[in-house]
Design a protein around this ligand. Structure first.
Ligand SMILES: [Zn+2]
Length: 219
């Protein structure tokens, strides 16, 4: 789904469009090196699982584990770059208009996770959202990287215990990322509703191009 961009202030920006990612779904966009995007939590307290594949070779992708090593940190900060599995900068964390909690520890939710949580039958998941979005772009076979979990608040206690806190983001909170390479980005509005990470329940996100050109939306 594409809708007119109404929030951008500069007149030149008004012609550009943003992609809404409905609750429990995923969307892919192509972003060229040098372009920035803003990812917006439209209703608040919603986790966004972000994946970035290098457009020229999707076996290279943003990797939380390689990023943690490069940063010597568990979680990202403004000014830092996310690295690929080949240790190249792929996205730069340019601006954070949110409380600043973004997880790099947790795998994407998937059917097995929901079965383990007691779900009987189908439940939407970030892994399926990723696979579907990439398949629509012609990539039927992909690795499923550990995502960058925007707005996801997973505090680590001194004894190593993980907390599953509701995302603290308010409606309209956002992060701004700039591509260092040509990438295919996939954003999943996490469908998790069996723990508190998405507050009172899954809601929608948006991807807003900033100074974008040649942007193609899929899904
Ligand atoms: Zn998820």
């Amino acid at each position: 789904m594409i809708e007119p961009n109404e929030k951008t202030e500069e007149p030149a920006e008004r012609l550009r469009r943003r992609v809404v990612v409905p609750a429990r779904e995923g969307r892919a966009i192509r972003v060229t090196a040098g372009e920035a995007i803003r990812i917006i939590d439209l209703e608040g307290s919603q986790v966004g699982d972000l994946f970035a594949f290098v457009a020229a070779d999707i076996t290279e992708y943003a990797s939380a584990e390689h990023t943690r090593v490069a940063l010597s940190r568990l979680f990202p900060r403004v000014g830092e770059a996310f690295l690929t599995n080949r240790r190249r900068p792929v996205l730069r964390f340019e601006r954070d208009d949110s409380p600043g909690h973004h997880d790099m520890l947790c795998a994407a939710c998937d059917p097995t996770r929901y079965a383990a949580l007691g779900v009987e039958g189908w439940h939407a998941s970030c892994e399926e959202n990723l696979r579907r979005a990439m398949a629509e772009l012609g990539h039927a076979q992909i690795e499923v990287p550990q995502p960058i979990n925007l707005f996801m608040h997973i505090p680590v206690a001194a004894d190593g215990t993980l907390g599953w806190e509701p995302a603290a983001s308010a409606p309209g909170d956002s992060v701004t990322l700039r591509a260092e390479l040509d990438v295919v980005l996939v954003l999943s509005a996490c469908p998790q509703d069996l723990n508190p990470i998405n507050g009172s329940g899954p809601t929608s996100l948006a991807i807003e191009p900033l100074g974008a050109r040649n942007l193609i939306a899929a899904g």
